[in-house]
Design a protein around this ligand. Structure first.
Ligand code: ADP
Ligand code: MG
Length: 655
């Protein structure tokens, strides 16, 4: 075994305790230490005037201790040691938490170098937990010091030591992973140089070049894997469907005309399905752009070719609804459509399984119960997964394997900007529906403080009086002691106590499947006027008579999620209103919600959401089975990513 693949405790200084701590940082093998990259660098030779420091800056100041250090004990277990320092240009404070012993290193009236991070707080310039150097001392450290991401009880010094040790042990056996031509073309350092310069740089420029190289490497390896995956499919023989779907005729069975965008995407799908390569296509479109219909067209084409289709949705509520919809739209055909979910009675399930095997069922709609082992198809020709980010790559693959290279259609829930889509779904071809059906009214969105709650619900009551319906979304099902957020139960009580006369029902994930279906069905039929729910209605639910949406504790939801939630209304040509009730005064949060008030473009909103929370959170990168980037950032390094996408394409062609 190579040293780099050995467990990290083969390094001197790593015992059981540190092994655990390192694990928290994602470090378990020696190699992982090399890939534990600095989050920043401190340039100790770069001495900055106090008058020029900026908040958050990592720097060194040369200053004289101006007075005696004092210990402040604001509470038990906390000692803050603080001392004033000054240079020719200004005054600052060096501050240490629970390190009262630093006092011994300092003499009033003497000058030192203080290295650390500037914090401008309460109008004071502070340098917190900084290091002290004697300007005359010969104890030279490298001038540029890496600053690593830490975890509790692991210090910079320990990590630096361990990383240096790991470097010594295995730098010789490290192998280059990027092709030579790519390195040359992009003027990137080789991997050994890059490791050296990212951890022990002589200059900041050298560090920057090393960083760029590793970012490039992360993008490159992922892109290469995705493209290889894509080619793998392209080389397989898929089903060659006969073109038995005329878009004009398909339109006749609908009670609306397709948008041009929908037609364009259906054409792309037809082209894929009638070719002898397997389709592997992602449909992106804003909420309400009408992705389901496009999938139904594909299902119809498969059916006309005597192939079975499977349609997988992430929740039972959504699967049930899509089942109803597909059945209704295709009702004029002699087509057998069934619903399968974990909650079905055993004998019903068994008969469905049998009919799938014998080919009696043409279309099966369900949750991930569709990928269970005991399910097999007679001739599965098309696989559709709806609201993709809830499923991982693996689940998609499992469903695909139920047929012999069936065509695959993936419908994304959260539309993301094109470059990102390319980066994360490089194994798929992408279609975009970039147009909403006509006559859609903009959803008017408001932010309201919680003390106006009564007026908000009065407004809901008036909408209901006009014959419309509404949703209330809460972050919790029941009240808890730990959080004072609004719960479904809490709002139910509020509505009863306020004497509203509209009919309402609650809906949440803990209810029995049948109860959920019934509630949703009644809401669809208009028998329930207001649905009080958790975010289970976030994706997919489609009741076009609903025109008002109240979101309780809106600050608790992500932007893209709120946009999805809001997408439940505005599905017809009535004026629709979304009211975000906030229980916070936090300026940042309110600013964030303002983005929703001012925008209706899902692509833009998800971009903003990613900027605020990072892409991992929004896209569930781990769920995708994709590696999380250690150093690259798909938003900040978008230009580099674009470059890599082009490079990999060219590279694969030449290869
Ligand atoms: P999403 O893209 O969010 O999944 P859906 O497929 O649920 O959207 O469609 C939203 C609603 O719009 C549905 O009620 C659907 O029947 C309707 N719809 C779809 N396409 C059109 C169209 N071209 N014109 C009018 N209504 C449409
Ligand atoms: Mg949908």
């Amino acid at each position: 075994m190579k040293i780099s693949d050995k467990p990290v405790d083969c390094i001197k200084g790593v015992g059981p305790t540190r092994l655990k701590l390192l694990k928290k940082l994602g470090i378990s093998r020696v190699k992982d230490l090399l890939y534990h990259f600095p989050r920043d660098y401190m340039d100790k030779g770069n001495i900055v005037d106090i008058s020029r420091v900026k908040n958050g800056q990592l720097c060194t100041i040369a200053a004289m201790v101006d007075g005696r250090p004092v210990d402040i004990r604001p509470r038990k277990g906390l000692v803050i040691t603080k001392v004033a320092v000054k240079d020719k240009t200004g005054r600052a404070f060096a501050v240490w938490y629970n390190q009262p012993f630093v006092k011994k290193q300092l003499l009033s009236g003497k000058s030192y170098l203080f290295s650390g991070k500037i914090q401008i707080k309460y109008g004071e310039i502070q340098m917190v937990n900084c290091k002290i150097f004697n300007p005359s001392s010969n104890k030279t450290f490298s001038r540029i010091e890496p600053v690593y991401p830490l975890t509790e009880k692991l210090t910079q010094a320990i990590l630096r030591k361990l990383i240096a040790e790991a470097y010594k042990l295995c730098i010789d056996e490290v192998e280059e992973v990027l092709p030579d031509a790519i390195l040359k073309k992009n003027r990137l350092p080789g991997i050994k140089t890059a490791f050296k310069n990212i951890h022990f740089p002589q200059t900041l420029e050298a560090a920057q070049r090393a960083i760029k190289r590793f970012k490039y490497q992360e993008f490159f390896l992922l892109q290469l894997a995705l493209i290889k995956q894509k080619q793998l499919f392209k080389n397989k023989r898929g089903i060659c469907f006969k073109d038995k779907l005329n878009i004009g005729e398909f339109e006749k069975i609908l009670d609306f005309s397709l948008t041009n965008s929908q037609k364009k995407v259906i054409l792309e799908i037809k082209k894929d399905m009638t070719s002898n390569k397997p389709m592997n296509r992602l449909i992106q479109g804003d909420v309400g752009s009408g992705k389901t219909i496009v999938a139904i067209a594909a299902i119809l084409l498969a059916f006309k070719n005597n192939y079975q289709s499977a349609f997988m949705a992430p929740t039972e509520v959504l699967a049930w609804q899509q089942y109803q919809k597909i059945k209704k739209i295709l009702s004029s055909f002699n087509i057998t459509i069934e619903y399968l979910a974990g909650s079905l009675a055993k004998n019903k399930k068994e008969s469905i399984l049998k009919d799938l095997r014998t080919g009696k069922i043409d279309v099966i709609v369900g949750t991930h119960s569709l990928i269970q082992e005991n399910i097999s198809f007679n001739n599965l020709g098309l696989v559709v997964t709806d609201e993709e980010h809830r499923f991982g790559v693996r689940q998609r693959a499992l469903l695909r394997r139920k047929g012999i290279n069936p065509d695959v259609l993936v419908m994304s829930a959260t539309p993301i900007p094109r470059t990102l889509a390319l980066a994360l779904y490089g194994d798929l071809d992408i279609s975009i529906i970039d147009e909403l059906p006509p006559n859609r009214k903009h959803v008017k969105t408001y932010m309201v403080k919680h003390h106006l709650r009564k007026r908000v619900y009065d407004f809901v009551a008036r909408e209901v009086d006009k014959g419309r319906q509404g949703y209330v979304i809460c972050p919790l099902i029941e009240d808890t002691q730990s959080a004072n957020w609004k719960s479904v139960e809490n709002i139910e009580k509020f509505i009863i106590n306020s004497g509203y006369t509209f009919s309402f029902k609650i809906l949440h994930g803990k209810m029995k499947a049948q109860e959920k279906e019934e509630t949703l069905q009644k809401f669809k039929e208009g028998k329930i006027q207001v649905l009080i729910s958790t975010s289970v209605v976030e994706v997919g639910i489609d009741v076009s008579n609903a025109t008002v949406m109240v979101v309780e504790n809106a600050e608790r939801f992500g932007l893209a999620q709120l946009h999805q939630i809001r997408g439940r209304i505005g599905r017809n040509n009535f004026e629709s209103h979304c009211i975000l009730i906030c229980e916070t005064d936090n300026k940042e949060t309110l600013k964030k919600l303002k983005i929703l008030v001012n925008n209706n473009d899902g692509f833009y909103i998800s971009q903003k959401d990613m900027e605020l929370r990072g892409p991992g959170e929004l896209l569930g990168i781990k769920q995708h089975g994709l590696p999380e980037f250690k150093i690259a950032d798909i938003l900040k390094d978008e230009l580099l990513l674009k470059k890599v996408v082009r490079d990999v394409e060219a590279y694969v062609k030449d290869y």
